[in-house]
Design a protein around this ligand. Structure first.
Ligand code: HEM
Length: 141
């Protein structure tokens, strides 16, 4: 990501922060609409889950300018997701729900540049998580 893209992601996320509780509801509603099969993987009461998601997103967004600082946490998050039943093919679906939520929450502030920056940010994070969780060559090390 370029420094400009990092700033676009950070500034746009700051605009969503005041409505983060609503954004989290929108996100999971959208996710379960476009991927109904994943709903059963989540707890019935999503209150804590929504808070945890927004807290981790804030940490990631803050850390984008210094990626090495967030990689250990992202790696651990990826490993926990294997035990939740997440598969590599779920990540693009989660990304689509996330981008849709940001677009909905930001309205006119969702410009092509912002969309491109978020697409790159999610691609970087999810690509790393997928390779940590599923991509290690079996015979290596
Ligand atoms: C970059 C993408 C993602 C981020 C940032 C993220 C973030 C989180 C966070 C912060 C939690 C709370 C628990 C914890 O910290 O371990 C969580 C739980 C969970 N995530 Fe994700 N997640 C992502 C992708 C996915 C994907 C692709 C799936 C697949 C469907 C998924 C399914 C779940 C489930 C089922 C739980 C809850 C399990 C439980 O509480 O029993 N997540 N996620």
């Amino acid at each position: 990501m370029t420094p400009d893209q990092v700033k676009l992601v950070q500034d746009s996320f700051a605009k969503v922060a005041p409505i983060s509780a609503t954004a989290a509801v929108l996100f999971y509603d959208r996710l379960f609409e476009i991927a109904p099969s994943v709903k059963a993987m989540f707890p019935a009461d999503m209150t804590e889950q929504r808070k945890k998601l927004m807290a981790v997103l804030a940490v990631v967004v803050n850390g984008l300018g210094d990626l090495p600082s967030i990689l250990p946490a992202a790696s651990a998050l990826a490993a926990r997701h294997v035990s939740y039943g997440a598969k590599a093919e779920h990540y693009p679906v989660v990304g689509a729900a996330l981008l849709w939520t940001l677009e909905t929450g930001l309205g006119e502030a969702w410009t092509p540049e912002v969309a491109n920056a978020w697409t790159t940010a999610y691609g970087t994070l999810s690509g790393f998580m997928i390779s940590e969780a599923y991509g290690r060559p079996q015979a290596a090390e």
